[in-house]
Design a protein around this ligand. Structure first.
Ligand code: FE2
Ligand code: FE2
Length: 274
């Protein structure tokens, strides 16, 4: 179980990060709909306002907020995350049955943002239930989740850059391949559980993933700067470039937390991880 203040701090950290992400997903989905999809655009706008409001409330709370108030808040946010998840799956269904011809959201992108909503929802449920996954399982599960997210980002970037940006498209494809390989490795380690959950294997796993996430993070940072300065040709919204950069930073922070734990830094409480 989490200590009351750790529970508040962890909850606010998750909600502040992911509510902004959910808000931005609403914007990206909206931009990909056709002008005539007024109903879907309206739904996306409603989710934008909902998560903007949640983000504002999360920022107004502090570590001194009564944990009971945060439990209620988390439940409310959990419902909102469930609703946006259902909306994203509905949109995915419409795309895959060819009901939105000419719209500009890739099916993989819609699936991807729905997985992020589901992750957010699960994090909130775990926090409220005081259910903490054992550290060795958390290390594998978080990496499997985030490596897939990173592999998807690389694919989105390579497909949203203008085809004439040959060098950058090639670099993005290399990242896609690198992360697909890391994801398979993570799934191998997962299938070898619990025998694979030794300190040296988990440390090596984190070290190896970290190296690739750092270079992808730097690539995204450069791409973001180039897009903002209008120096490259693409259909990537500058906010999307920043969004995927922040998600890579988030993954790095999680890897760092796990590494500190494996190094046996006792001042760092295991409960801060989950
Ligand atoms: Fe996202
Ligand atoms: Fe993402």
């Amino acid at each position: 179980m989490l200590m009351a203040d750790a529970f508040v701090v962890r909850s606010l950290d998750e909600v502040r990060f992911w509510s902004r992400i959910m808000k931005e997903h609403s914007l990206f989905l909206k931009l990909g709909f056709r002008c005539e999809d007024t109903q879907l655009i309206q739904e996306a706008n409603n989710f934008y306002s909902l998560f903007e409001q949640i983000e504002g409330r999360a920022n107004a709370f502090s570590e001194n907020t009564d944990p009971r108030q945060i439990i209620v808040f988390n439940t409310e946010v959990h419902t909102a995350a469930s609703h946006i998840w259902a909306f994203k799956r509905k949109v995915l269904g419409l795309i895959l049955t060819c009901k939105l011809p000419g719209a500009n959201n890739f099916p993989l992108l819609v699936d991807h943002v729905s997985r992020e909503a589901n992750y957010f929802r699960n994090r909130l449920a775990d926090l409220n239930n005081g259910k903490l996954e054992p550290i060795a399982d958390a290390i594998i599960d978080e990496n499997v989740f985030f490596l897939k997210i990173m592999a998807d980002h690389a694919k989105f970037i390579s497909h949203l850059l203008d085809p004439s940006e040959r060098k950058l498209v090639e670099q993005a494809r290399d990242f896609s391949h690198d992360f697909d390989t890391l994801l398979w490795q993570a799934q191998d380690l997962s299938s070898m559980r619990p025998q694979s959950q030794t300190q040296p294997l988990l440390t090596q796993f984190l070290d190896q993933n970290r190296v690739s996430v750092v270079s992808l993070r730097d690539f995204k940072k450069t791409a973001r700067e180039l897009i903002e300065a209008c120096r490259i040709k693409s259909i990537i919204h500058p906010l999307l470039a920043d969004h995927v950069f922040r998600e890579a930073e988030r993954f790095l922070e999680i890897i760092d937390m796990f590494e500190r734990h494996l190094q046996g830094d006792r001042s760092y409480n295991i409960n801060d991880l989950h």
